[in-house]
Design a protein around this ligand. Structure first.
Ligand code: ATP
Ligand code: MG
Length: 415
């Protein structure tokens, strides 16, 4: 679990601002869910035999003896909130959220125990136009962030009936090659055979090349919808590849699934993953409601951004105000407040605490400010300030305090 340190937070804020603006552009509303839910919610939604539920959840008993879990993802909470507040039945909801998720994984680059997801969930639309829209949102984000090396993989998992039928042929095939299966796959053979398709083990990958393909068992509705999705993507100029091995680690997905992947981040290359989950609302006690969503790994996206962007340096101050002498402090506090009131958005940092004039000037320079405003005894008496230009070669000037706000824009521009 990581601290986001002061020199890293501008990058986070910039990304969060792009996300929030983009979601506004698409007409999505933000939802904020609690970080803790009943453990049962995740067991029922994500699935008992998934990595998350089997070994990654932070679960504890609270003082009432209730079993609670730090949320490992947002979809289950979003569905829970939607059902609880009557947002889903016979309605269309386009929602997004952003926040920390918790999984007890082996920490490594791009894989943390507290990480952040920006997620989007749409309820009440069963046609693939919305599948395309979610993919377009991803593409727009990459474009706005200046990221080029993210490619799209799509697949369809078919209806649950089609998947059940396929599971039996897949299991038959794998049973016939039982001696070649690794331990993970042996375990999943009876519990979650589709997940074997997702194996990262090269030996398993080789075995799976010959395995029956889900594609041959698809229901017509799913394959028609998948064809439509492809035509929408073709039409909007979104490049993609169909990856028939693409399944999702969570149980609730069916029909469309997709991932945005990059080669720039080593093993942890999936930046964003999503898909349809038309059965989940009902499974969690709501009325049958079509649903689709994706979640984006914020840390992975930031790592990518770091590679392409030069530093986002944000100066903490535009003006650095320095009182000289104990008598000036009260007047400086008041002057700073007046300037903040007059100049919306202006960043004014006042020097607080002691120190020599030299060290105060050093701090002014380090703050990134364009000017230092100095308020000494003489200035105090004359209701003026001395303005020292920190980013340009110009002689210092003396100004009436009441005139400062008129000059600020000009100072900031000549930087
Ligand atoms: P993986 O196969 O990498 O474990 P997953 O299937 O568990 O991924 P999802 O649950 O679909 O991942 O989460 C969506 C996205 O959230 C991932 O694509 C990734 O970008 C990010 N993510 C998931 N787990 C972590 C983690 N432990 N640390 C950082 N980011 C993560
Ligand atoms: Mg995982």
């Amino acid at each position: 679990m990581h601290d986001v340190l002061p020199d890293e937070s501008p990058r986070w804020q910039a990304l969060e601002a792009v996300v929030a603006q983009t979601m506004l552009q698409y007409g999505y509303s933000e939802i904020r869910m609690p970080l803790v839910e009943s453990t049962d919610l995740f067991c029922r939604s994500i699935g008992e035999v998934t990595d998350i539920v089997e070994k990654e959840m932070y679960t504890f008993d609270d003082r009432n003896g209730d079993k609670l879990t730090l949320r490992p993802e947002g979809t289950a909470s979003c569905v829970r909130a939607g059902i609880q507040h009557g947002l889903l039945h016979n309605q269309v909801q386009r929602l997004w959220y952003n926040g920390p998720m918790f999984r007890h994984e082996r920490p490594q680059k791009g894989r943390y125990r507290q990480f952040h997801q920006f997620g989007v969930e749409v309820y009440g639309i069963d046609t693939p136009d919305i599948d395309a829209e979610l993919i377009l949102i991803g593409a727009r984000l990459w474009q706005r962030l200046g990221l080029k090396d993210i490619r799209l993989e799509i697949n369809t998992l078919g209806s649950s009936a089609a998947r059940e039928q396929y599971k039996t042929v897949l299991v038959d095939y794998l049973q016939a090659h039982r001696e070649q299966l690794d331990n993970d796959s042996l375990r999943r053979l009876n519990t979650n055979p589709l997940r074997i398709l997702d194996s990262k083990n090269p030996q398993m990958k080789a075995l799976l090349v010959q395995a029956p393909a889900l594609n041959d068992y698809l229901d017509t509705e799913s394959s028609d919808q998948f064809a439509l999705l492809q035509s929408y993507l073709d039409n909007t100029g979104i490049a993609y590849t169909i990856n028939q091995r693409l399944v999702r680690g969570l149980d609730y997905y069916g029909k469309t699934v997709f991932e945005w992947v990059t080669d720039q981040l080593g093993a942890q290359g999936t930046v964003c993953a999503g898909g349809r989950y038309d059965g989940l609302v009902q499974q969690l006690g709501g009325k049958q409601t079509p649903a689709i969503g994706f979640a984006l790994g914020v840390e992975r996206l930031l790592a990518l951004l770091e590679q392409v962007q030069s530093d986002v340096v944000q100066r903490t101050a535009d003006c650095f105000l320095i009182p000289l002498g104990a008598d000036s402090i009260a007047a400086a506090l008041l002057l700073a407040e007046n300037l903040r009131e007059q100049c919306d958005g202006l960043k004014i940092v006042m020097h607080c605490g002691g120190g020599s004039v030299k060290s105060k000037m050093k701090k002014a320079d380090k703050s990134g400010a364009v000017v230092a405003l100095i308020l000494g005894e003489q200035e105090l008496a004359d209701r003026t300030v001395t303005v020292k230009f920190l980013r340009q070669h110009a002689p210092q000037i003396c100004l009436k305090q009441s005139d400062i706000s008129r000059h600020i824009d000009e100072w900031l521009q000549t930087e």
